[in-house]
Design a protein around this ligand. Sequence first.
Ligand code: AMP
Ligand code: MG
Length: 489
Amino acid sequence: MPTAPTDLGWHFDNSYARLPEGLFSRVGPTPVKEPGLVLFNTELAEQLGLRTEGIDPAAIAQVLAGNALPVGSEPIAQAYAGHQFGHFTMLGDGRAVLLGEQLAPDGKRYDIQLKGSGTTLYSRRGDGRATLRAMLREYLMSEAMHHLGIPTSRSLAVVRTGQPVMRERPEQGAVLTRVAASHIRVGTFEYARHFLNLKELHALMDHTIQRHHPEAADAENPALELLRSMMRGQIALIVHWMRVGFIHGVMNTDNMGLACETFDYGPCAIMNAYDPATKFSSIDTGGRYAFGNQPAIAHWNLSVLAGALLPMIHDNEDQAVALAQAVLDEFPALFRAAHLRMACAKIGITEPQAGDAALVQDLYNGMHATGADHTNTFAALQLEDPSGTAPFNDDQLIHWHARWRERINAAPDGLQAARRLMQRTNPVVIPRNHVVEQVLDAATVQNDLAPLQAFLAVLRRPYTDAAVPDTYRLPPPTGDVGYRTFCGT
Ligand code: AMP
Ligand code: MG
């Protein structure tokens, strides 16, 4: 494949492609018929050190559709396995290629991956392609998460391919440029443990430690410290999800990253009415990945990671298991403490005290019982007098509110400080499911990108109250009844 004639300022390294060959296969993107730039993230481009001002969008589209390679790219598809709904499977990048790692002016290294870029060794029966609607959805959700202050993969561009892809009916094809700290997954470790030798597994671990958990390098037991550091990072991430009501939807081990970023935006959604049992994914019939199950699943996924790390934790398997188990057993208490701190911040409490866990739980119980909107409950709590506003117009929550005021008034800086903390912690606007679908309809059915662009502009400032129209702030009158999300489309 030719190198693109226009250099956008790529500064690639390809450290993953220097790892043992068993971890990937060399393959480039498959060119498409008629690339056309649909969305481009100028702010992210700048952060990556790309020069795009004054450059013909067609030249950008050529590269980000996979029709020409950026300077310095050594494209590969990564091999991985994973537990999907609890079952071990061989997977791998079946419709994505890693172009390389951009060394950005901020000193960080970013994977630049094309998703929907054609078949690879790991495609099985898939066509290697993605629909425009699904790639726009990932762009929208990942950018919304980023601006909510949550670690996540990001989206640099969506390029249409000019080629239809066959799903239930023919749909427009597209390629997403995904930007991530890396695409190393728990499933990558499972793959190396099952299909490669110890030397290769070790190389993967060293690479991962250096990239994402450097403090583990100097630990007495680096593998064990990697597990501990990953546990801390995942707890922090999932507490963020629970802060905004995010449901990942498919927390298979191949979708849990060692960089501790949110990634794989297939069936995710943000909850409106508070209910821990909320799930939207069409294939998650048992609710394995429901909102309130996310901590337990993260714990389970970490135990799978621990299993893959065992031979590097200790030569003696029994001792390795005991050491790993002791780390994993810290999960529930660490999670509870982190979650309590977050939930207290949502109601304006900086330092949790005895009794605050019950205060928080009573609020959640009241929200659940009244079907309160998760986001708008915490917005209402910031009002001078919320007694006329749901859910604080309900007897149960009127009583709770009086208790809360007492608690806040007793704190050193009182209500003013509480309000400031609540403002930073509680978004006023989230990507509401019905709005997401409306703007995607406009973009894909009516070819009108304006509603999507307008929504993205609002989602860039989710903590700013200033005049966000009600259309973005209110849940639909009928709630999310019947709302379904889908995996890889
Ligand atoms: P996901 O549901 O996105 O986590 O994907 C699960 C697995 O299916 C991964 O190995 C993907 O690469 C693969 N996959 C998903 N969609 C396609 C497709 N259209 N063509 C080939 N492989 C795919
Ligand atoms: Mg995946």
